[in-house]
Design a protein around this ligand. Structure first.
Ligand SMILES: *[C@@H]1O[C@H](CO)[C@@H](O)[C@H](O)[C@H]1NC(C)=O
Ligand SMILES: *[C@@H]1O[C@H](CO)[C@@H](O)[C@H](O)[C@H]1NC(C)=O
Ligand SMILES: *[C@@H]1O[C@H](CO)[C@@H](O)[C@H](O)[C@H]1NC(C)=O
Ligand SMILES: *[C@@H]1O[C@H](CO)[C@@H](O)[C@H](O)[C@H]1NC(C)=O
Ligand SMILES: *[C@@H]1O[C@H](CO)[C@@H](O)[C@H](O)[C@H]1NC(C)=O
Ligand SMILES: *[C@@H]1O[C@H](CO)[C@@H](O)[C@H](O)[C@H]1NC(C)=O
Ligand SMILES: *[C@@H]1O[C@H](CO)[C@@H](O)[C@H](O)[C@H]1NC(C)=O
Ligand SMILES: [Cu+2]
Length: 642
């Protein structure tokens, strides 16, 4: 399967010598692709190839990646304007406190958090060491929802000793993602629109298995295979179900775990789960003729259907892929699962796993941060996502550049970072507890940059709010002694999460939902960790290549969130979210208004043609979802007639 897409850079050198420098040039440009065999789509590739290269390095290696933005309108005429790009290295800590590592927080990458995006025809250098981190990571654009167009792939940090200890002879990666036939800015325009008042997420056109379909994973007899599954998509969670060969989960999000045996894993966007398969000998294999599967060894890729608002009839939610043993070929038909599968009923409990390295629960927090998640419309009719009452609205100066430029005495004053980014200042060394209550009836998966965290509590679906006062008065003995640690975790619908980490990594770190649509709706907070240390260690400030970009494009690289360098507490010119909808203006009322507008312009026939429930007094979820879908169609109609 991969022969078509096998043009990638492989830099994995099994060497036992000291750390190595990997210098890469990434020319980022549009590439014609057809990953599912059904649609030619312009996607974002690197050096003329898509998918972008899988990066393989060893522990302690350094990566120098020079990224040049060549996203030309000539190569993709539907591009509305010049697009920025950027890279983020999901799961890597970029620890600046170790002088020998010589690296900057600027390498983390999200636009307007640690720097500016890379404009067309400009180049930015990312230069960092992976340090002592090992395992499965990935990189992706962090400019809007851009990575939905393919600028993402795996970043594997090999730990040669560990791989020897596991006794593996094969090590491969399988990425999971979704494919939209439209380009990301088109998808986003339609999504973040007053014609989509319920915030219904766009439905993917296809789902990919290692950037293709009908995937195969070749196995050898009598050997141990490591398979690193990564969800590099931007929306739905996916399950991998292997009814015949058992998985032994050994690594989750770069954290080695006590081997956990299962046939089913779940991987939300941003998450990684690595498994070992201990394969049969050839003789054993011959005996494995199953009453239903025969000698087929399926890998079912199951889409978490509850996350989709509307399910088109022709969208396959269970995809067939196969393990192939030597001599086997792709059969004329792959068998469906023996028992019917309902994705809503599947469960993979990550909290029941235990990290291999015994790290005690961090115990009583020094600091508690309460974040309540909700989705709501603002006065512009668009559906936004909020932590508490704030939807992340990018500041005028990237937050890290505010840290670099602020006077010493202002650094710990939350106000300078702006009142619309959910800024939280953390003190060096304190134990931080995030209590996240999800008031939305969808599940979300949250990712913290610069850290992984202990999962202290994870409520079941509809468990409601976590009683946060309890965490101070209860005895911590009831907590799991060695809680699970990872960097991206689900909160179930109408439920809660309690996470803890130690603020031992000075930097400006984004905490956000890894469903890219929700991030674009503003579901993000910014942790400004030990700003005094950042300023001291990174006294050189903005990098040469970033400064060049800022100067050329007249972008401010000093000042508070409003780019004010004179009065640090004057934020009058900062970016702010829209005003709320007027009181008593409900979602249903909003839909009714839209419908009457549409009727006004196009007449009732359009409504009838689309079967919109104008008189529908029923505001059940199903009816709202249906109307939303129809409104989307109407919006297209309006767009087409313009
Ligand atoms: C994948 O398999 C399906 C079902 O057998 C087939 O219809 C389709 O053409 C295949 N697609 C590709 C790209 O191989
Ligand atoms: C990147 O593009 C530049 C300018 O078009 C070209 O000179 C360079 O060789 C390209 N680099 C790679 C690695 O393709
Ligand atoms: C990357 O950073 C290292 C450490 O500071 C430095 O030695 C090296 O020259 C840098 N690479 C480039 C291409 O500037
Ligand atoms: C690209 O980034 C520059 C700053 O780097 C910013 O001024 C501009 O608005 C961005 N453009 C887009 C399309 O996001
Ligand atoms: C998946 O694709 C990557 C390249 O992006 C390749 O290295 C890997 O071997 C592929 N995995 C399988 C199972 O073929
Ligand atoms: C959010 O609520 C707080 C406290 O009620 C208030 O001070 C702040 O101005 C509000 N922010 C926004 C953006 O509405
Ligand atoms: C960063 O490095 C320091 C050592 O200087 C260490 O104590 C800390 O745990 C590291 N932080 C992370 C997140 O790895
Ligand atoms: Cu979300």
């Amino acid at each position: 399967m991969q022969t078509l897409y096998s043009l990638y850079v492989l830099m994995f050198l099994i060497t036992f010598c000291e750390s190595k420098n990997h210098h890469l040039n990434f020319n980022v440009s549009w590439v014609e692709t057809n990953p599912d065999g059904n649609f030619m789509k312009k996607q974002i590739g690197v050096n003329g190839q898509w998918p972008p290269p899988a990066i393989h390095v060893n522990k302690n290696d350094r990566l120098e990646i020079e990224v040049t933005n060549l996203l030309s309108v000539l190569d993709n005429p539907n591009q509305p304007h010049n697009l920025n790009t950027s890279l983020h290295f999901h799961g890597l800590f970029h620890n600046i406190t170790i002088p020998e590592w010589e690296q900057s927080n600027q390498n983390d990458g999200p636009e307007m958090v640690t720097g500016y995006g890379i404009p067309y025809a400009e180049t930015l250098l990312y230069n960092f060491t992976v340090g002592d981190q090992v395992g499965t990571y990935w990189y992706h654009s962090h400019s809007g929802a851009q990575y939905l167009d393919g600028l993402r792939n795996s970043l594997i940090v090999h730990d040669v000793e560990k791989e020897k200890e596991w006794g593996i002879t094969c090590d491969t990666t399988v990425t999971l993602s979704e494919l939209y036939y439209k380009n990301y800015y088109q998808v986003m325009n339609k999504f973040l629109s007053r014609f989509n008042p319920t915030g219904a997420e766009p439905i993917p056109d296809a789902f990919l298995f290692n950037d293709s379909v009908n995937g195969t994973v070749n196995l050898e007899f009598d050997s141990k295979h490591l398979i690193r599954f990564i969800n590099i998509g931007g929306f739905v969670s996916q399950f991998i179900y292997s009814p015949r060969l058992k998985f032994s989960v050994v690594e989750v999000d770069g954290v080695n775990v006590e081997p956990f045996e299962t046939h089913l894993i779940e991987i939300g966007t941003g998450q990684r789960v690595s498994v070992i398969i201990d394969t049969p000998s050839e003789a054993e294999f011959q005996q494995m003729n199953h009453h239903y599967y025969g000698l087929q060894f399926p890998i079912y890729q199951i889409i978490a259907k509850s996350m989709l608002d509307v399910i088109p009839e022709d969208l396959e939610l269970i995809k067939n892929n196969l393990f192939l043993f030597p001599g086997q070929e792709w059969p004329s038909a792959v068998l469906a699962p023996e028992e019917p599968i309902e994705s809503d009923e599947l469960e993979f409990d990550d909290t029941s796993m235990t990290p291999l390295k015994k790290i005690q629960s961090l115990g009583k927090p020094d600091r508690q941060i309460n974040l309540n998640v909700k989705m709501e419309n603002l006065g512009d009719g668009i559906n936004y996502a909020f932590f508490n009452n704030v939807t992340y609205t990018a500041p005028k100066v990237p937050t890290l550049l505010t840290v670099y430029s602020a006077p010493e005495e202002m650094l710990f004053d939350e106000r300078i970072y702006g009142d619309n980014i959910n800024a939280y200042i953390l003190k060096k060394g304190e134990v931080v507890e995030i209590v996240l209550n999800n008031d939305d009836d969808n599940k979300h998966n949250f990712h913290l940059h610069g850290h992984n965290f202990q999962i202290i509590r994870k409520g079941e679906t509809d468990a409601g709010h976590y009683e946060s006062e309890l965490s101070y008065i209860k005895d911590y003995a009831s907590e799991k002694q060695f809680p699970m640690i990872r960097d991206t975790v689900f909160v179930e619908a109408n439920s809660y999460l309690v996470l803890r980490f130690r603020a031992d990594n000075p930097g400006v770190w984004l905490f956000h939902c890894h469903i890219d649509f929700h991030l674009e709706q503003g579901l993000a907070a910014v942790f400004i960790e030990a700003p005094d240390e950042i300023k001291k260690i990174e006294h050189k400030g903005i990098s040469k290549s970033m400064k060049h970009i800022a100067e050329k494009y007249r972008l401010p690289y000093a000042g508070n969130a409003a780019a004010n360098t004179k009065d640090w507490l004057d934020l009058t010119k900062s970016n702010r979210q829209h005003q709320p909808l007027p009181d008593g203006f409900t979602l249903k009322g909003y839909i009714a208004l839209l419908i009457s507008t549409v009727v006004g312009i196009y007449g009732i026939s359009v409504i009838i043609q689309f079967g919109l429930d104008v008189e529908d007094e029923n505001d059940s979820e199903a009816s709202v979802a249906k109307n939303t879908q129809l409104l989307n169609k109407l919006q297209n109609l309006i767009a087409d007639s313009n």
